[in-house]
Design a protein around this ligand. Structure first.
Ligand code: CO
Length: 279
């Protein structure tokens, strides 16, 4: 990886980490989710980055892909909140997430388990390791604490302007694996739940333009965000018609309605290990 690209990745990671840490303290009972999403997205820009996707704020059984559109949803006491933040610089992406509980500590073990699974997964990453070996480590860590990993959700390789660049890191010991190589960039994101760990789709709040989208507005969106995800609240005057053919990112909901926690960091693979960009 050349120095300039490496620097972009590290800088995007630094911004994502700073924004993640600062926003956590602002999540409180009664605050609209939108306030936090906008704080996150504005802060990214203030620090010199660009949001790589709309700030995801997913609560309780919603594992991922929810982003608020208005001031209606507010944090409630005991909500288990997954805050998932994406930053890019010149298309080089940092993806990081963490879980907090609003005002209570009923799910601390679940949250800590996810963090432990992520830590152990990161410690195992190096040139030549198989993705399903990392998955096994995640699964074992989550199961030994009495929870289940979400098998339907995975970590993913990152490439320039590509959030899911083709290689996945499972959250369990899948039958097949891929060899990880030096200089690959990955988001590793274990999810743990009290439930079975299967996912059903909810509503879409996040979209991405693709070649099938026609018309002026679609073109405008394409110019602004390229292939990266966006949300209707970013585009005043949108009616939804313009999004025909766009890729929809449906809310990802734990099938049995059980609470989910998530932990995520972005890493660059080295010979002997990896560099965490979002620490
Ligand atoms: Co991710």
């Amino acid at each position: 990886m050349n120095d300039t690209i490496h620097e972009y990745y590290m800088e995007a990671g630094k911004i994502a980490a700073e924004v993640r840490k600062e926003s956590l303290g602002k999540i409180k009972e009664g605050i609209p989710l939108l306030e936090i999403a906008q704080y996150v997205e504005n802060k990214i820009v203030d620090l010199g980055g660009v949001p790589a996707f709309p700030c995801n704020i997913s609560i309780n059984e919603v594992a991922s892909h929810y982003t608020p559109q208005d001031n209606v949803p507010c944090f409630k006491k005991s909500d288990v909140v997954k805050l998932d933040i994406g930053v890019h610089i010149e298309g080089y992406i940092a993806d990081t997430a963490t879980t907090v509980e609003v005002g209570t500590n009923n799910h601390l073990k679940l949250i800590k388990t996810c963090e432990e699974a992520l830590e152990k997964a990161i410690a195992s990453v190096k040139d030549g390791i198989q993705t399903n070996t990392i998955g096994r480590i995640i699964e074992e860590t989550i199961k030994k604490n009495g929870f289940n990993p979400i098998k339907d959700l995975t970590g993913h390789s990152l490439e320039r302007y590509r959030l899911h660049a083709g290689t996945t890191i499972p959250n369990y010991k899948s039958f097949f694996g891929n060899k990880i190589k030096k200089d690959m960039v990955f988001a590793i994101e274990p999810f743990a739940t009290y439930g079975r760990g299967r996912i059903k789709d909810g509503e879409p709040y996040i979209f991405a333009i693709n070649d099938r989208c026609k018309g002026e507005l679609a073109q405008e969106i394409r110019e602004r965000f390229g292939p990266l995800p966006f949300t209707p609240r970013w585009i005043p005057g949108i009616t939804g018609k313009e999004l025909k053919g766009a890729r929809e990112y449906f809310e990802l909901i734990e099938e049995s309605g059980n609470i989910v926690a998530q932990s995520e960091h972005t890493v660059i693979v080295t010979d002997e290990g990896c560099e965490v960009t979002t620490k």
